[in-house]
Structure formats: structure tokens, C-alpha cells
Design a binder for this molecule. Structure first.
Ligand SMILES: *[C@@H]1O[C@H](CO)[C@@H](O)[C@H](O)[C@H]1NC(C)=O
Ligand SMILES: *[C@@H]1O[C@H](CO)[C@@H](O)[C@H](O)[C@H]1NC(C)=O
Ligand SMILES: *[C@@H]1O[C@H](CO)[C@@H](O)[C@H](O)[C@H]1NC(C)=O
Ligand SMILES: [Fe+2]
Length: 469
């Protein structure tokens, strides 16, 4: 009898388990069935068109810009002259304006193992007019090269603005396709939010920093014309004690200057800017973030400063995702999630963009902040004060895509797919922003996943997901 009782109950338990499992599966969102060719990509060869050096002796190359102040009236222009210092002066003028202005920058060089950089110039131009096209020239005489950019509209709650999202880009043919799709997307991104892992130069023997130079030349066609707001990834660490390179982030911080001081940050690895109707907080997954650390103290004092009446859209960009259901890098963001998620919910962050995982994923609005050691409350729950977490580490670097996912798809995961692509975050006004994910295998206008986001401060109600598959 005992045996029968047991076997009956095992059966019941098994059936129950099956039901629970099915329920769990139904709970999760969409796992796309698209399967990509798994061949690993190689970086584009050194003689590729995208790496071409300007044909003139010592001409500026690797030109890229980023925001230079807190509001968007200033731009940092960076470039490299390979052979000699040349000039650090930028000549710039507003469209339709006769008056040309000059700003004097600085230059620096660095060594990495047996690599010596070219002359890296950084020049901040400021007191620009909002919403104005500017031309600028770097180099002088016959080396002069001309570019342009447009300043953002004045900061305000209903200013439409369009951000592009790119992560983990590298320099393979797939990277080139991602950048091309971003450029040819009919919804024109005005500024790139780059979620870390830039050149992947560290994948080469001795971290061949020549691959930082090729990457700089590759992205120039976008980054010289619109700001790239960058955050660091693990591939920016370039920490190699065996090569005598013990200062983390050396090549990155020499090459990419950011306006960290204007948000009272003490490190270029975390800072904030305002741009149009958005407030963007850049964090570093690879700098200390525990209690009392500089990054922690900065973020703690930064979040209360955000005025949602002025900048309704609060965006955090970071390299390592806090929510990801892929097997690769699983739970790597967990310690930072434990430290910061409470604040993200308290301050109603609209969206957190991350990279690191070479795939795409979008979360539901969930939080997991109730746990206190003894209460057992340690699962994500739906939370309309929580951000949407989007992983967009699918730029196309030489490590390829990650395809293995945890199963079943957890309920916090709304959509996941291992394809290369980029994102567009299109702010319409204080209440509505449209996010679209664009895959490299689709036409330029196609969104494989998309969502209308309702602003958490102005319209804190559940939004219908409009995944199109
Ligand atoms: C990169 O993309 C651009 C624009 O589509 C194209 O002109 C160029 O030939 C591509 N280069 C490589 C090496 O793929
Ligand atoms: C750096 O050292 C490596 C290993 O000895 C060598 O292969 C490489 O060519 C060197 N690079 C430069 C720029 O000297
Ligand atoms: C904000 O934008 C959304 C989407 O375009 C639109 O439906 C809504 O009416 C706009 N709100 C206002 C106040 O204009
Ligand atoms: Fe990474």
C-alpha cells in the first residue's frame, strides 16, 4: 500500500511539475526561432576601405566627437595625427555664418607595451547655439579636413530627440553592416549611446593598439558627425600585468575624452549629460561600485539631481546587463544589480541599456529588491516603477553571437534573439518614446522588436508590448 501511495503521489507530483513547467514557459516572453549562421567572424583586414588612412602626410584621422558640457552647447572634438603633433586648433563656424572661430586643444601620446600612439588631440569648443549646424576643420594647410555636426535643441521636456544604440561593435564585416544599417535607418539617429566594448584590440597579441587606430578610422564616418556617448566595457580594461600594463582603461581614456567633471564626477568612467529631453547616466561595470566607493557616492548624489520636469527621460547606459537570460555572462551583473537596482526603481529610471552579451534582449518592467536575507523574497516581480532593461550587445565583433539561452525563458524576459543589429530610442515628447530593434538581416526600416515606452514620471502606466513576430 505504501508503495502504491508513493507511486500515485509521484505521478501527481510529476503531473504538477509538468503543469508548473508549462506555466513557466507560458510566463516568459518571446524567444525568436531565427537561427543565424554560427561561423565566427574575422576582423576586416588591415587593407580594408574602412581603415584607409587619409592620403596626405600627417592628416588628421580617427576624428570623433562627444558632448562637452552638461546641456549640449559644447562639443569635444578628438583626432589623431600619426606622424607629428601638427596643430591642436579647431576652426569652426555655424552654417550661414561668416564668422569663423578658433579653439585651441591639447595633444597627448601614450605607450602600451611596445606600441606608441600617434598624437591624440582633444579640443573642446563651447558656447555653441542650440539646434544649429556647425562646420569644423582639423589639421592645417594641405592636411585640413572638414566635418560637421548639429547641436541638440535646448534642454526641455517635450523636445523630440533620437538616440541610436550600439554595443560591442568591434571591427568585423558584421560591425560594418551594423554601422551601415544604423546610418541608413530611415529613423535618423542624432547621437549614439554606445554601451561599451569598442575596438576589441585586446583580442590581439600584445593588445595590438594598432587595432584601436583601425577602429577609430572605421567609426569616423559616423562619430565625426554626431556625438558618440561612450561607456566602458571589459574590452576597454586593457589590463595586462604580464605586459607591464597595470593601469586599467589606459588606451580608452587617452583616446576618448568625456565631460565627466561637469557632473561632478571624479572619473571619466561614470558621468552624466542632459541632451534635449533626456538625462543620460553613464556607469562603469568595471570600476568599484560598492558602498562608499567613488562611483557609488557619485550615483547616490546624482540621482536626486535629475529634474524630470526638465528632462523627463532618464536613461542609464552600462556595459554588463543587470537582467539577461543568456547562458554566456549569466549573472555577471548580479552584484551591481544588488547595489543599484533599488535606486533605479526609486528614481523611476525609464530604461537601462547594456551590452556585453552578444545578442538582443528586452525585459518586462520588473524589480527584485525585496530580499532581506530572511524573507525569501528573491524573485523578480512586475513593477511599474522599474526600468525596461535592454541588452544590445549585438554590434558584431569577432567573438560572434551568443546563442545559448537559459530555459525556460524567465518571465522577466519579454523578447530575446541572437542576431546582430542596433537600436533606436526615439523620444516623441514627455510621455512617449518608441524603441525599435533593427537586425542586420532585415531591410533598413524593419523593426524586429519594438515597444512604445511610457515615461515613468509623466505616464507611469503599463505599456502594451508590441513585439512583431
Ligand atoms: C563597409 O560598409 C561600407 C558602407 O556600406 C562599404 O562601402 C564598404 O565597402 C564596407 N567595407 C567592408 C570592408 O566591408
Ligand atoms: C611588439 O612585440 C611583438 C612581439 O615581440 C612583435 O611581434 C611586434 O611586431 C612588436 N610591435 C612593435 C610595434 O614593435
Ligand atoms: C506624445 O506623443 C505620442 C506619440 O507620438 C502622441 O500619441 C501623444 O498625443 C503626444 N502627446 C502630446 C501631449 O502631444
Ligand atoms: Fe563585454
Amino acid at each position: 500500500m505504501g508503495v502504491k501511495w508513493m507511486s500515485d503521489n509521484i505521478l501527481v507530483l510529476a503531473v504538477l511539475g509538468l503543469i508548473l513547467r508549462i506555466a513557466e514557459v507560458c510566463d516568459g516572453g518571446i524567444t525568436s526561432s531565427y537561427v543565424r549562421n554560427k561561423d565566427l567572424a574575422r576582423d576586416m583586414p588591415l587593407d580594408s576601405d574602412v581603415f584607409r588612412v587619409p592620403p596626405v602626410y600627417n592628416a588628421p584621422q580617427q576624428v570623433h566627437i562627444t558632448q562637452g558640457d552638461h546641456e549640449g552647447k559644447s562639443v569635444i572634438i578628438s583626432w589623431i595625427t600619426p606622424d607629428e603633433p601638427g596643430s591642436s586648433t579647431v576652426l569652426y563656424w555655424a552654417e550661414n555664418c561668416e564668422v569663423k572661430n578658433r579653439a585651441k586643444g591639447i595633444f597627448l601620446t601614450y605607450k602600451y607595451f611596445n606600441y606608441t600612439s600617434g598624437y591624440i588631440h582633444h579640443c573642446t569648443i563651447d558656447n555653441l547655439e542650440f539646434d544649429t549646424k556647425y562646420y569644423y576643420e582639423v589639421g592645417f594647410g594641405y592636411t585640413t579636413r572638414q566635418f560637421w555636426f548639429r547641436t541638440p535643441p535646448s534642454v526641455g521636456p517635450d523636445v523630440p530627440y533620437t538616440f541610436g544604440l550600439i554595443g560591442d561593435l568591434g571591427q568585423t564585416p558584421d560591425s560594418n553592416i551594423t554601422l551601415t544599417h544604423y546610418e541608413l535607418n530611415p529613423t535618423k539617429g542624432q547621437t549614439v549611446l554606445f554601451v561599451g566594448d569598442l575596438s576589441y584590440a585586446d583580442a590581439y597579441p600584445f593588445h595590438d593598439n594598432g587595432r584601436w587606430d583601425t577602429w577609430g578610422r572605421f567609426i569616423e564616418r559616423s562619430a565625426a558627425y554626431q556625438p558618440w556617448i561612450t561607456t566602458v566595457g571589459n574590452h576597454e580594461l586593457d589590463f595586462a600585468p604580464d605586459l607591464g600594463e597595470t593601469k586599467p582603461f589606459k588606451p580608452y581614456t587617452k583616446r576618448f575624452h568625456v565631460p565627466y567633471k561637469v557632473s561632478k564626477s571624479t572619473s571619466p568612467l561614470w558621468y552624466s549629460i542632459k541632451r534635449a529631453s533626456a538625462y543620460i547616466i553613464v556607469l562603469s561595470s568595471y570600476s568599484a561600485y560598492g558602498k562608499y566607493t567613488p562611483q557609488y557616492k557619485w550615483l547616490e548624489s546624482e540621482l536626486p539631481k535629475v529634474n524630470r520636469a526638465e528632462t523627463p527621460w532618464l536613461i542609464v547606459i552600462i556595459h554588463c546587463p543587470l537582467y539577461s537570460s543568456y547562458v554566456h555572462h549569466y549573472m555577471e551583473g548580479e552584484t551591481m544589480r544588488v547595489m543599484y537596482e533599488k535606486w533605479l526603481v526609486e528614481y523611476k529610471v525609464d530604461v537601462v541599456f547594456a551590452g556585453h552579451v552578444h545578442a538582443y534582449e528586452r525585459s518586462e518592467r520588473v524589480s527584485n529588491i525585496a530580499y532581506n536575507i530572511v524573507n525569501g523574497l528573491c524573485e523578480p516581480i512586475g513593477d511599474q516603477s522599474a526600468p525596461v532593461y535592454i541588452t544590445i550587445g549585438d554590434g558584431g565583433n569577432l567573438e560572434g553571437l551568443v546563442t545559448e539561452m537559459t530555459e525556460p525563458q524567465p518571465s522577466y524576459s519579454a523578447y530575446r534573439e541572437a542576431s546582430f543589429g542596433h537600436g533606436i530610442f526615439d523620444i516623441k515628447n514627455r510621455t512617449h518614446a518608441f524603441f525599435g530593434w533593427h537586425r542586420n538581416q532585415d531591410g533598413y526600416a524593419v523593426e524586429a522588436d519594438s515597444l512604445w515606452l511610457h515615461n515613468r514620471y509623466w505616464k507611469p502606466f503599463r505599456e502594451p508590448s508590441v513585439a512583431l513576430l
